[in-house]
Design a binder for this molecule. Structure first.
Ligand SMILES: [Zn+2]
Length: 365
């Protein structure tokens, strides 16, 4: 028997991941829906965000498990959902008034095309601005880094990237670099971490559909799966609470003080972001206690992640789809966000399933 059975939860592409999700949900008797995003995949297939509800369709207390807000990161999130539907939750019946709600492939375009962003080059976790916020601006330092991050040419066969980034880190410090790079920007539509100029299709779908699902809810624990941040094969749960606040303390108690971390620069692994889905959900549903845990699973060093993002974006913006350089850049991006190593896959899905079990305990208490 394989030592890494959960590695088999991964699907090779968006279409098979979606089919597997729907089959697993159907087998558990979930209520289901598909929301089109008016985009097509590489094989001309319709792309949808898929919903499955296990338990009460009008819940008072719900766990939401979402995948693929960052496209390519959906390989992992979808694998977690497959493991839950096919294994962990088999025979599980949420109590009266409770439900586990699955959202599959929040950015189906990015998942299908193996990009982190959507059809408009938007980083969707920078796109959820609240109604009082403007889609303008960029962090201090982004404009200076733009020529390094977003050269207007396809990736060359060979390039000395690491020394240039190493020099930047020395000069600015890692937290400052992370903030400048990853905080979200609204001025460079072809650049990395672009938050868009208006609400994305995904934001519109969630804005229209989530209130129908959560109308009677009092408590939501939403686990949104991501990869590419933090130490390999470990995870952190980033939350929209301040350090030391009651909300942060309660989540630390439920999920572990060593993994729960408020979104905050300087201190920890993450960086200050604008337009995050978590703060938007909280603001969208002020009459319930709505916690979003951005579950970030580490894959490789941040410099490798940035490099993979940069090369893939260059290839997409300036190269041709079937060039060797483009194919190589796509493969590298996929490896940076969904490593092929079965040990990584098994260990991370196992930990992710455990996080969802903890979330179910919170709403069942
Ligand atoms: Zn992500």
């Amino acid at each position: 028997m394989s030592r890494t059975p959960l590695a088999a939860s991964f699907s090779p592409d968006y279409t098979s991941a979606r089919a597997r999700f729907r089959a697993g949900a159907l087998a558990l008797g979930c209520q289901m829906a598909s929301w089109p995003v008016d985009q097509k995949g590489p094989d001309g297939q319709e792309l949808t965000i898929d919903l499955a509800i296990l338990g009460d369709p009008n819940p008072k207390r719900a766990v939401i498990v979402s995948s693929g807000l960052h496209g390519v990161e959906g390989f992992f999130g979808s694998a977690v959902q497959a493991a839950l539907l096919e294994e962990t939750l088999g025979g599980f019946h949420p109590g009266p008034g409770t439900a586990v709600i699955f959202l599959h492939a929040l950015n189906p375009f990015g998942f299908a095309w193996v990009r982190r962003v959507n059809e408009e080059n938007m980083d969707l976790n920078r796109n959820f601005l609240r109604s009082d916020e403007q889609y303008t601006g960029a962090p201090d330092g982004y404009a200076e880094l733009d020529p390094l991050l977003n050269p207007p040419s396809p990736p060359p066969a060979f390039e000395l990237f690491l020394p240039r980034v190493g020099w930047m880190i020395l000069r600015q410090g890692m937290p400052a670099l992370k903030n400048a790079v990853a905080g979200g920007q609204y001025e460079f539509p072809q650049g990395l971490f672009f938050g868009g100029h208006s609400p994305s299709k995904t934001a519109q779908v969630l804005d229209a559909e989530l209130p129908k699902l959560l109308g009677g809810c009092e408590r939501v624990v939403h686990v949104d799966f991501h990869t590419g941040l933090g130490k390999r094969s470990t995870y952190k749960l980033f939350v929209d609470h301040e350090w030391g606040s009651d909300g942060a303390e309660a989540l630390a108690k439920a999920f572990g003080a060593d993994v729960v971390e408020p979104w905050e620069p300087e201190e920890g692994v993450s960086y200050a972001i604008r337009g995050g889905m978590g703060s938007w959900c909280k603001a969208r549903f002020p009459n319930m206690t709505y916690d979003v845990l951005a579950a970030e699973f580490g894959t490789t060093h941040v410099v490798n992640v940035i490099r993979a993002l940069r090369d893939e974006n260059r290839a997409w913006q300036w190269g041709k789809r079937d060039d060797v350089a483009s194919i190589r850049a796509t493969a590298a991006l996929r490896e940076a966000f969904a490593p092929g190593d079965p040990e990584w896959r098994h260990a991370c899905v196992e930990q992710a399933v455990h996080v969802v079990e903890q979330a179910i305990e919170v709403i069942s208490a």
